[in-house]
Structures are given as structure tokens and as C-alpha cells.
Design a protein around this ligand. Structure first.
Ligand code: FES
Ligand code: FES
Length: 160
């Protein structure tokens, strides 16, 4: 079937099967490989994107379910000139990434959190990230990066 959606502000369309996952459509049809697949069982959050402004795991939705939707992926987070957005910059500044595999999903989740709760506490950040698994960083610097991006003071970088 033919589907179309707006992805990162641009019209995108393609042929999919009914069983095609949204993450497969994004990666393989549209070439947006920043959205990762870490588990395929809805646990790791590496595939997190926004669908009509809501955080969604793209491995848990069929592409056809996003027909007509507005989708935002990590590729849509930087400015048109390539400048990192404040969350991306904060992850860099606070050593919130190591291998980077979980980072796109973490950024998309964090962006949703800050839209709902612009000044979260550390506990609120940790609760919100429950659906995003990082195998490298122990979360400490990811949490600090998100607090920093929300404009809150955080201690200097510590590497775990
Ligand atoms: S790949 Fe979607 S939650 Fe892990
Ligand atoms: S930075 Fe490697 S999985 Fe999170």
C-alpha cells in the first residue's frame, strides 16, 4: 500500500506492506538511519520518534499507522544550518554519550519530557527515561545533560 506522511517537515511517501514497521520505513525507505533498532521488542527506546507530537517507539507501530501523520526523528532536531539543538549540545557538553547508539532515542524522549515538564527534577528525568536503555553510560551524564538543557545548574562533567 502507498503511505505518505510529513517527516521532519518534508512530505515523504512510499510503498509498504501492512506488516512494515515505522522504523523500517524510516530507515530503509527514507534513509533516516538515526532512528536505531536495539531490541525490536519495545524495551530499549533506541527507535523513539515523535508522531503527531507524541513520543512513540517506531518498532512498535506499523508504518501504515503513521499514514498522514507528522513524524519527527533525530535528523529533524538540528537546525537547518546543522547547528545542534540545546539538548544535543548538552549531551555533547556533559558527556551524555559514549557509543551513541541509544542517543537518538534518548534525545527524542528528553525533548518530549522537556515539552511536558520544562524544569524536571532529577527523579522525574530518571522516571521518564525508564523506557530508554543505555548500555554504556550508567545514565548519570545523560540525566545531567537533560537537566542542563532545561537551564538548571548541574555539576561539572564526571565520567562513569
Ligand atoms: S528497538 Fe524499539 S524499543 Fe528497542
Ligand atoms: S551511549 Fe552507548 S548505548 Fe547509550
Amino acid at each position: 500500500m502507498k503511505i505518505s506522511m510529513k517527516v521532519n517537515g518534508r512530505e515523504a511517501s512510499g510503498e509498504v506492506e501492512g506488516r512494515t514497521l515505522l522504523v523500517t520505513f524510516l530507515r530503509e525507505t527514507l534513509g533516516l538511519t538515526g532512528t536505531h533498532v536495539g531490541c525490536d521488542t519495545s524495551q530499549c527506546g533506541a527507535c523513539s520518534v515523535h508522531v503527531d507530537g507524541q513520543l512513540a517507539k517506531a518498532c512498535t507501530m506499523f508504518a501504515a499507522e503513521a499514514d498522514g501523520a507528522e513524524v519527527k526523528t533525530i535528523e529533524g532536531m538540528a537546525g537547518a544550518d546543522g547547528a545542534l539543538n540545546p539538548l544535543q549540545q548538552a549531551f555533547q557538553d556533559h558527556h551524555g554519550l559514549q557509543c551513541g547508539f541509544c542517543t537518538p532515542g534518548m534525545i527524542m524522549a528528553a525533548d518530549s519530557l522537556l515539552a511536558e515538564n520544562p524544569k524536571p527534577t532529577e527523579g522525574e528525568v530518571r522516571d521518564y527515561l525508564e523506557g530508554n536503555i543505555c548500555r554504556c553510560t550508567g545514565y548519570h551524564n545523560i540525566v545531567k545533560a537533560i537537566l542542563a538543557a532545561s537551564g538548571q545548574d548541574v555539576p561539572p562533567v564526571s565520567v562513569e
